[in-house]
Design a protein around this ligand. Structure first.
Ligand code: UFG
Length: 325
């Protein structure tokens, strides 16, 4: 049985991954410091509470377990926070990952699937961004993820580490069984904020900028369902069985939705009125960010199964109506 260490497995995407791995027949150990994750999301596998910055705890973890592969979701991930406190981002996302990589090397674990981000591209110069697009991050969050990608490339050459950096576009939606979902505090993401507004929760929905050069003036994003991200990780882990090197894949649906289109879809799915106020542009927001995920399709055989915004919102709505945590 393949034993997978899921770092950050108590968080939004990591918890969906722990479930996906358990259902795929893998043995799962989650390592998480619970800084943003939830103990209540720990429904699959073993849970070890700890921090990647704690090298002693990491050493113990690898000394007492025999892992076949690692999936690494631990990160601080708020763009605006990263601009306010870049040291925290470099410490957690870069130093924390370096500690993990050294512990893996010491233990002889040579397969890693890493959560990267579309934020590595900065302000895109194309309607659809593929992996050959220049990487020019415009915030410390994107820069910290790109630094890790570079470390993975160097580690492949020097130590034979096999890795896949998966560049997520906008992760959205929730577990179809309603057991886990998206729950951040504070919540900064669009879809949860829209659905909380539909439920009469929150302090009022703001739309950050309606003067972009897009079809209705609001930003365009590529929303990809969290269970489709999980499927891509499983494919990437298998790919690394037979392929060395450091690989990079975009993960997006290839379709862009404006903020207004997301709100309109949410009105239809929920049947609720959703009110908002216009606010100035949010710092660091590119106007359009849509994936070209052909490489993941061709190399990994990955295709998103959720098509269109309504299906994504339906699954998120089920969770927000009945959140377990
Ligand atoms: N937005 C609003 N109101 C809100 C929240 C968001 O108008 O209350 C807008 C944003 O300005 C942006 C769009 O909705 O135009 C999407 O914003 P999100 O905060 O949901 O997501 P981001 O695109 O900012 O960021 C997400 C992840 C990042 C990742 C990025 C890559 O949070 O970690 O996708 O595409 F880097």
């Amino acid at each position: 049985m393949t034993h997978v260490l899921v770092c950050g497995g108590a968080g939004y995407i990591g918890a969906h991954m722990a479930k996906g791995l358990a259902y795929a027949g893998c043995k799962v150990t989650v390592f998480d410091n619970l800084s943003t994750g939830h103990r209540a999301a720990m429904l699959w596998g073993e849970f070890v509470e700890g921090d990647l910055l704690d090298r002693i705890a990491l050493g113990e973890l690898f000394a007492t377990h025999r892992f076949d592969a690692v999936m690494h979701f631990c990160a601080l991930s708020q763009v605006s926070e990263s601009a306010r406190d870049p040291y925290a981002y470099y410490r957690n996302n870069v130093t924390g990952t370096l500690n993990l990589l050294e512990a893996m090397r010491h233990a002889g674990v040579d397969r890693l699937v890493f959560s990267s981000t579309a934020a590595v591209y900065g302000v895109p110069m194309a309607d659809h961004v593929d992996e050959s697009h220049p990487t020019l991050p415009i915030n410390p969050y994107g820069a910290s993820k790109l630094m890790v990608e570079r470390m993975l490339e160097d580690a492949a050459g020097a130590y034979g580490l096999r890795s896949a950096a998966l560049r997520y576009f906008n992760a959205a939606g929730a577990d179809p069984d309603g057991e886990i979902g998206e729950s951040h505090a504070p919540e900064t993401h669009l879809i949860p904020n829209v659905l909380r507004n539909a439920l009469g929760l929150g302090d009022g929905l703001l739309i950050f900028g309606d003067d972009y050069s897009t079809r209705d003036g609001t930003c365009v994003r590529d929303y990809v369902h969290v269970t489709d991200l999980v499927a891509a990780h499983l494919l990437a882990m298998s790919y690394l069985n037979n392929h060395g090197g450091a690989h990079r894949f975009n993960l997006g649906s290839g379709s862009g939705y404006t903020v207004m289109e997301v709100i309109e879809a949410a009105r239809k799915v929920t049947g609720k009125p959703i009110s908002f106020s216009l606010a100035p542009r949010r710092a660091g927001d590119p106007q359009v960010l849509v994936a070209d995920s052909k490489r993941a399709a061709e190399v990994l055989g990955w295709r998103p199964s959720y098509e269109g915004m309504p299906a994504i919102i339906e699954s998120a709505w089920r969770w927000h109506c009945n959140p377990r945590y």
